[in-house]
Design a protein around this ligand. Structure first.
Ligand SMILES: [Fe+2]
Ligand SMILES: [Fe+2]
Length: 344
């Protein structure tokens, strides 16, 4: 422990940096000239719960993220859950997820992932959590939560059971399922929702799949991403934060900045092609360490209406992807301290 800090102590220090506390050594020095956030929210995503035993590692990892988020001082304004709460959409998994989420101190907003949806087409999820798409305003920012995992019906003609449908969507390379979409009906809802929003109001959109086309064989892809982007680009300040890809991931298309969320359950490797050049890559996960390359994160809302994204990688140094760096178009190089095995 080079710094003498505990992990939780570090998280507290990170939060206090926003309040003007400076620290050095292993960590970045925060200069007085840097914009301070107007507020912070946190995310937890892709817990993939199996309701098997309370000792299952995915449950314990989720509880670790809850504990970490509850340790933030000051508390974030809210926590966004990024989807894939369950592994196979079963009611026991979703109910367990709701129970664990109820331990969070901060208000929680929910988003749905494909693992939550395709056993009963979202019936249980909606019963527990409400609408799968909605918007809200918070401190001058307009937030939108989308269901981006809609697929065309591939199951009826094949006479699939609900579990066959669920497992097909949960799988990667298969020629059976379609592509994730926001869909025409929801795009019309989005247009209508944004019609009342001024063009200079900052927008933050949450989607489970990335709202761009990264790598189709793994469903790191939203089929109607171009149409959704066209709805968003007239707005001056747009950030999309998504789950599903389980990795540090950054992109910028026109004026839209995209950030991925970490998973608490497992990290996906980077796809063999299509990785956005703006991404500062994580090292490969240590397969012998169940926490490695997993984690959670926060987003600092800068006064300019843009986002600095923090990735709290367990058992590694945290990473901050600043808006300034992404907007400058500089292709990132790995920092000196960007290696697994660091403890804090
Ligand atoms: Fe996931
Ligand atoms: Fe997913």
């Amino acid at each position: 422990m080079e710094t003498g800090l505990t992990r939780r102590g570090f998280i507290r220090l990170s939060a206090s940096a926003a309040a003007g506390v400076y620290f050095s050594g292993l960590f970045k020095i925060v200069s007085a000239a840097e914009p301070q956030p107007s507020f912070t929210f946190a995310y937890i995503s892709d817990t993939h719960l199996y309701a098997r035993s309370p000792e299952h590692r995915f449950i314990r990892n989720f509880e670790r993220a809850i504990d970490d988020a509850n340790s933030l001082e000051p508390q974030p304004d809210f926590i966004l859950f990024g989807g894939d709460l369950a592994q196979l959409g079963q009611k026991e998994e979703l109910e367990l997820g709701k129970e664990i989420l109820s331990r969070l101190k901060a208000k929680t907003y929910m988003m749905v992932g494909e693992h939550d949806w395709y056993l009963d087409m979202g019936e249980k999820w909606r019963e527990l959590f409400g609408k799968d798409r909605y918007s809200f305003d918070h401190k001058g920012i307009h937030f939108v939560v989308l269901n981006s995992v809609i697929e065309e019906d591939f199951w009826t003609a094949r006479k699939m059971s609900p579990m066959e449908r669920m497992k097909t969507v949960a799988g990667l390379d298969n020629s059976v399922q379609g592509r994730f979409m926001v869909g025409e009906e929801q795009r019309a809802w989005l247009k209508d929702d944004l019609a009342k929003v001024k063009k200079d109001t900052p927008l933050i959109v949450f989607s489970h799949s990335p709202l761009y086309k990264y790598y189709r064989p793994w469903n790191f892809w939203t089929e109607d991403a171009d149409e959704v982007q066209a709805i968003l680009t007239p707005y001056e300040k747009v950030t999309v934060i998504h789950g599903h890809t389980h990795q540090v991931l950054t992109n910028r298309i026109k004026n839209i900045t995209f950030h991925g969320m970490l998973s608490t359950a497992w990290p996906w490797p980077y796809a063999p092609e299509g990785l956005p050049q703006y991404t500062q890559q994580m090292d490969r996960a240590d397969p012998f360490n169940r926490f490695d390359a997993c984690g959670w994160g926060t987003a600092d809302l800068l006064k300019i209406g843009q986002v600095d994204k923090k990735y709290y990688l367990w058992d590694r140094n945290p990473m901050t992807i600043t808006y300034e760096r992404v907007a400058s178009g500089v292709i990132p190089q790995p920092p000196d301290n960007f290696h697994s095995g660091a403890s804090y």
